[in-house]
Design a protein around this ligand. Structure first.
Ligand SMILES: [Zn+2]
Length: 188
């Protein structure tokens, strides 16, 4: 398996200067190290893993997202993905979502959010100069991932600050007032 940290380091728990630097910078967390260790063990049994690449893991609270290189999960059969999820879930004690990376942050988001569809996107510049991306999904009931975990995922993996809205919401919940933050400039 292609890993961002040396497999030797992961096995021994002693990190070389290059890997230590990556950990120090926070590019990879303790969770990444744990997940990579498990995957290294697993690739002996699930040999298809050897041809995949690991990108990152994000703990979204109720779900841990484990991100593989773009196109890698397609190499597995559905049964194998389920098996992988089960093993990782048992080891990490949380619900696991295996996802693929995509160079386009919105395509990446769409992959995770499916079956919810993105109907509109606009960037919002806040008074402090930072930027938020407001994404409107088709219907609240189509989004099966928690909004907060989705936000955390996009922030950690793509550096994107997300605002989530829906074209249609569930009927039993009152419509949230749509208003841009005070002083914000909206561009289509
Ligand atoms: Zn190393």
């Amino acid at each position: 398996m292609e890993l961002p940290l040396c497999s030797f380091d992961l096995r021994t728990g002693m990190f070389c200067p290059r890997c230590s630097e990556k950990l120090k910078k926070g590019l990879y967390t303790d969770l990444d190290v744990r997940v990579m260790k498990i995957l290294l063990e697993l690739e002996k049994r699930i040999t298809k893993l050897q041809k995949t690449g690991y990108v990152k893991s994000v703990d979204g609270g109720d779900t841990i997202f484990i991100i593989f290189r773009n196109g890698d999960l397609g190499k597995f059969e559905i049964r194998e993905v389920a098996q992988l999820r089960k093993i990782l879930g048992d080891e990490l004690g949380k619900h696991i979502r295996l996802i693929e990376d995509h160079p386009d942050p919105l395509k990446f988001l769409e992959g995770v959010a499916a079956p919810a569809r993105i109907v509109a996107v606009n960037k919002i510049w806040l008074p402090d100069g930072s930027e938020e991306t407001r994404v409107i999904f088709d219907h609240e009931r189509n989004l099966k991932v928690g909004e907060e975990s989705l936000k955390k995922l996009l922030e950690e993996v793509k550096g994107m600050r997300l605002m989530i809205d829906f074209e249609r919401r569930r009927l039993w919940r009152p419509q949230k007032e749509e208003r841009a933050p005070r002083g914000a400039v909206t561009r289509g």
